[in-house]
Design a protein around this ligand. Structure first.
Ligand code: SAM
Length: 310
């Protein structure tokens, strides 16, 4: 009898939890935006990245950004944003999220203005002349058949977009044109090796990333010290990865070049991590709580620009 009562109490609890989750979803302006946005992002979190990029020097949009690693990428909202910025086509051309007709209807947004840069930064000529990045025009998208998976694999940078995007998650990420996905645990050395191998390309023989994004979060257990520890471990592993795989500001010739964006759970230990581990390695480290991040969530982001290893 007591057991039956417990079961029914638990099911009442979980019913009210899912009812409040559903109510929150209905009220959430970013959920509404995601559903109505023609870009068809897979996750509401796409708006966090769009917002951070917009407010902080359009760090993704620089012509010298050619290789991006997206850690904890499923279902793929951030990768969709990156693929669009790098010229692989808008998120709405995503073969699994959208029917083909929508891909050619989408109006390319205006080119982003060149963000203000340090006027004293030395001018370093580019080694190789590259075609200026631009969004593919609707006519080009017509030739690109997003329903034909072979097209995606055979498409070269010159034909549809440019740059390398590597997305990693424990969960499967459905195909996004221009994004190479790895379904694996980032914490394993073998995964790090796989990422590095995918980054190596003719113009990038050492397999360096210009931007590393991490939206990874371990399952929240509701236990403060456990969740903090998990967040700290992820942040430390991502920084370790960046130390070996992120291009330096000096090699790019831009004080804000070499960017790491990393999610963390607010706690004094994470602020200590910022002071002691991030700040010595980057020219600029900002704490960001995007509007698109729910105020009740402890999540925040460190945007680290200008990789300058100590
Ligand atoms: C908030 S979601 C990311 C959402 C994503 N940025 C997007 O826009 O679609 C966090 C992700 O981190 C992934 N994750 C957590 N720990 C991981 C690990 N050790 N290796 C790879 N992925 C991990 C989870 O599977 C989850 O999909």
């Amino acid at each position: 009898m007591a057991f039956r009562q417990t079961v029914s109490l638990l099911s009442q609890k979980s019913k009210s939890k899912s009812a409040s989750w559903a109510a929150r979803q209905v009220r959430d302006p970013f959920v509404k935006k995601r559903v109505s946005d023609p870009a068809a992002y897979r996750a509401r979190s796409a708006f966090k990245l769009l917002e951070i990029n917009e407010k902080w020097n359009q760090f993704l949009d620089h012509p010298d950004v050619n290789s991006v690693v997206d850690l904890g990428a499923a279902p793929g909202g951030w990768s969709q944003v990156v693929a669009d910025v790098l010229g692989w086509g808008p998120a709405s051309s995503d073969i699994l999220a959208y029917p083909r007709e929508r891909a050619v209807d989408v109006k390319a947004p205006d080119e982003a203005p060149e963000p203000a840069e340090d006027p004293d930064a030395p001018f370093i000529p580019r080694k190789k002349k590259q075609a200026p990045r631009r969004k593919p025009r609707p006519a080009e998208l017509e030739h690109f058949d997003p329903l034909n998976i072979d097209d995606v694999e055979q498409t070269t940078n010159e034909q549809i977009g440019r740059g390398t995007i590597v997305a990693v998650d424990l969960l499967k990420i459905s195909r996004i044109p221009g994004v190479q996905t790895i379904k694996a645990d980032f914490m394993l050395d073998s995964t790090v090796t796989q990422i590095h191998e995918l980054l190596v390309a003719p113009g990038n023989p050492y397999g360096k990333a210009d931007v590393i994004l991490s939206d990874m979060s371990a399952n929240v257990a509701g236990n403060d010290s456990h969740d903090t520890q998990a967040s700290l471990e992820i942040c430390e592993s991502v920084l370790e990865f960046a130390k070996y795989n992120l291009r330096t500001a000096d090699s790019i010739g831009r004080r804000r070049g070499g960017v790491l964006l990393i999610k963390f759970f607010e706690h004094p230990l994470l602020q200590q991590f910022r002071q002691e581990q991030l700040k010595p390695n980057f020219n600029y480290v900002h704490y960001i709580k995007p509007e698109a991040s729910r105020s009740v969530s402890r999540e925040g982001y460190f945007l680290c620009q200008g990789f300058n290893p100590c």
